[in-house]
Write a new protein. Structure first.
Length: 240
């Protein structure tokens, strides 16, 4: 079994010599033995007890409470319950931190869009994030309807080429055309645009927006308020 002087134990555990002397005075951590000249000598069991004391201090317990717990006949059960509860609290805290990190990452991704939106408070940011989630649902719905339409187009085309019967392809194209029209109408009914110059939110006419140049997050439109033509940021129409 290893033995440690007060200085060695203090260095090993990251506390001061004065702290160990104080714990001895409080009868919280007494040395396992002393030399002939009175120097304190600690062993591995003392080191483990010290680590436990320091852990309980981090959990917010006072030295008197720690001393009382360690002196109790039921100390093991008490400590186990405390550690279980602390573990639960830390896991909840960790889950909350992960959720905050996701929010931060989402905001960072959307910073180019947020530049066109007036933000006066944290509530504005919350509203923007809710708007982004609603807009994402619109995009998912479009994809969910778009995939079957693509399957109809490709499937009927392959069938027509192999069989020589083009009637199913013609019917499929009509269905696909109607479906594409519905998807486009659904999309534009649920989206507005924000002018990056005057921050006005507006809904353009269907065909104006349909033929406008665009990227995944914006369309080049003329603002009805300031009259400037620029890439306006896509947002969810919360009135729908």
């Amino acid at each position: 079994m290893s033995e440690y002087t007060t200085g060695a134990l203090a260095k090993l555990s990251g506390v001061s010599v004065r702290t160990l002397q104080y714990y001895d005075q409080k009868s919280l951590l007494s040395p396992s033995s002393r030399t002939e000249n009175g120097r304190r000598i600690y062993n591995d069991a003392d080191l483990k007890r010290l680590k436990l004391i320091l852990l309980l201090k981090k959990l917010g317990l006072s030295l008197d409470a720690i001393k009382e717990i360690l002196a109790s006949d039921n100390s093991v059960n008490i400590l186990n319950l405390m550690l279980v509860e602390q573990e639960k609290a830390l896991k909840l805290q960790l889950a909350g931190s992960k959720e905050q990190l996701k929010t931060i990452e989402s905001i960072k991704r959307d910073l180019p869009d947020l530049a066109a939106v007036p933000i006066k408070s944290i509530d504005d940011i919350n509203d923007i994030m809710k708007n982004k989630k609603s807009l994402r649902k619109v995009h998912i719905t479009m994809i969910a309807w778009g995939i079957p339409i693509d399957i109809i187009e490709i499937g009927t085309l392959i069938y027509a080429i192999k069989s020589g019967n083009w009637m199913p392809f013609i019917i499929g194209m009509i269905v696909a055309f109607i479906g594409a029209g519905w998807i486009s109408k659904y999309y534009f009914n649920n989206t507005n645009y924000i002018c990056p110059n005057c921050n006005t939110e507006f809904k353009p006419k269907f065909w104006t927006a349909f033929w406008a140049g665009h990227n995944p997050r914006a369309r080049k439109l003329t603002c009805p308020n300031c009259g400037k033509k620029d890439y306006c940021v896509e947002v969810f129409d919360s009135k729908n």
